[in-house]
Ligand binder design. Structure first.
Ligand code: ADP
Length: 447
């Protein structure tokens, strides 16, 4: 097992990783930017190293500074968390060259599953259901027109290297498709340094259902069942739950098994999420594979009892997966509310600044993953998420009741947070029924 791990991230996920390391008797070295220098979570690290000023490009995204810190602190491994450098195959490669273990997939496995065109190829082979569309990257406009005629409009143009909801164009007819292909290629080249684009069928009404998987370096891979993350705004998840409500178990079981097979076929070690859209008839179509731990991993931990962060450190250190597929049972229902420092009544305007009042909810089945407390100043430089409220109960209904109870106990001020929005949503009759689609929240906010 590793002796010292460097955490190349900040906020709640940095703290989450420190906690897992502590339970594995691993020392932690946490890097930070000057914008985070007074953050209380840093006191839980055995060592901290300042890697630069607030802007991410000069600190959390700066590979040479992070590698220098790792060499200075003499760590055996780096955990990238999510966001920042977590999905950069070049970073995983540099870690390898420096003989520092990257806690996540090898650059090869990331190359296979992190690229959307490649991932689709592997998915087809593993019998993971994918969207009808082009087999690989589109070279010529005529090729796109041909494929679109075959699968029918609307279609969506996507960048092979796309991410964060960027680089996508919906085309409802041939004329738009013709004008958009070369534009999309140029945009993708400028934004991602890779101009490859592909097209697939565009699904109007869908739910977002994803499968948590984990693999080791000995050729084992399992799935930890699904999460429904359909409650979204601008492609950002707002509420996640596990298991997915109203999904036929026979269908999802097959999808989950195929997802684990896909991870295995790419010789993938670490945590991965295979994301799908599900249509009204409960047909699944793979969107992409996220080659890292996800924000919403705790709900899966609550229903399966698996510590995903710990398990991914263990597999990175070369241990065999501590679980077999048959050990993974679903127990009850879990819901996560992402608490953002934003004013949802003012178009989700960010609300950075000093937290004077902070009263966290507690009690049976309530988990708070956060790095904030009273006296913490939310810096304006980063993502506005300040914590995650996770609840677990025997049934979905009981979990919703518990979430509402916890939200009512929760007090943060004077900065604005999305707690009032979550309080509303936990009482929303459509959410309570289950099965809202990915555009539901935006429709609701418009009214
Ligand atoms: P990114 O990596 O940029 O997040 P994804 O492929 O995960 O891109 O897609 C992001 C979002 O775009 C999805 O959650 C969904 O809302 C929408 N989307 C992507 N592909 C399709 C599609 N074929 N049909 C309908 N919506 C889609």
């Amino acid at each position: 097992m590793f002796q010292r791990v460097l955490i190349a991230n900040r906020g709640e996920i940095a703290l989450r990783i420190m906690r897992a390391c502590k339970e594995l008797n691993i020392e932690t070295v946490c890097v930070y930017s000057t914008a985070d220098k007074d953050a209380p979570y840093l006191k839980h690290a055995d060592e901290t190293i300042c890697i630069g000023p607030g802007p991410s490009k000069d600190s959390y995204l700066n590979i040479s500074r992070i590698i220098s810190a790792a060499e200075l602190a003499d760590v055996d491994a780096i955990h990238p968390g999510y966001g920042f450098l977590s999905e950069r195959a070049d970073f995983s490669e540099i870690c390898r060259e420096c003989k520092i273990e990257f806690i996540g997939p090898s650059p090869e496995a990331m190359g296979k599953l992190g690229d959307k065109v490649e991932a689709k190829r592997y998915a087809r082979a593993a019998k993971v259901p994918v969207f009808p569309g082009s087999e690989g990257a589109i070279e010529e406009v005529e090729e796109a027109v041909e494929v679109a005629a075959e699968i029918g409009y609307p279609v969506i143009i996507k960048a092979a290297a796309g991410g964060g909801g960027r680089g996508m164009r919906i085309c409802r007819n041939e004329a738009t498709l013709r004008t958009n292909i070369s534009k999309a290629q140029q945009e993708a080249q400028a934004a991602f340094g890779n101009g490859a684009v592909f097209i697939e069928k565009f699904l109007e009404h869908a739910r977002h259902v994803e499968v948590q998987c984990i693999g080791d370096k000995h050729g084992n891979a399992i799935h930890l069942w699904e999460r429904d993350c359909s409650m979204q705004r601008r492609h950002q998840k707002v509420i996640e739950e596990a298991p997915g409500p109203l999904i036929e178990r026979k269908k999802i079981e097959k999808v989950c098994e195929a997802a684990a097979k896909l991870i295995k076929s790419a010789d993938y070690a670490g945590a991965a999420t295979v994301e799908f859209l599900m249509d009204a008839d409960q047909n699944f179509y793979m969107l992409e594979v996220n080659t890292r731990v996800q924000v919403e991993h705790p709900i899966t931990e609550m229903i399966t009892g698996v510590d995903i962060v710990k398990a991914s450190i263990q597999v990175a250190a070369g241990e065999k997966l501590p679980y077999k597929q048959k050990d993974i049972q679903v127990n009850g229902h879990a819901i996560e509310c992402r608490i953002n420092a934003e004013d949802h009544t003012k178009n989700f305007m960010p609300s950075a600044g000093l937290i004077e009042t902070y009263e966290a909810p507690g009690g049976l089945g309530v988990r708070m993953d956060t790095h904030v407390c009273a006296g913490y100043r939310v810096p304006p430089n980063y993502d506005s998420m300040i914590g995650k409220l996770i609840v677990h109960a025997e049934t979905r209904e009981a979990a919703i009741t518990r979430a509402l109870r916890a939200l009512n106990e929760f007090e943060v001020g004077p900065i604005k947070t999305t707690i009032p929005l979550h309080t509303e949503l936990m009482q929303n009759s459509d959410f309570k029924k289950g099965g809202v689609d990915i555009h539901y929240l935006e429709r609701l906010l418009k009214d």
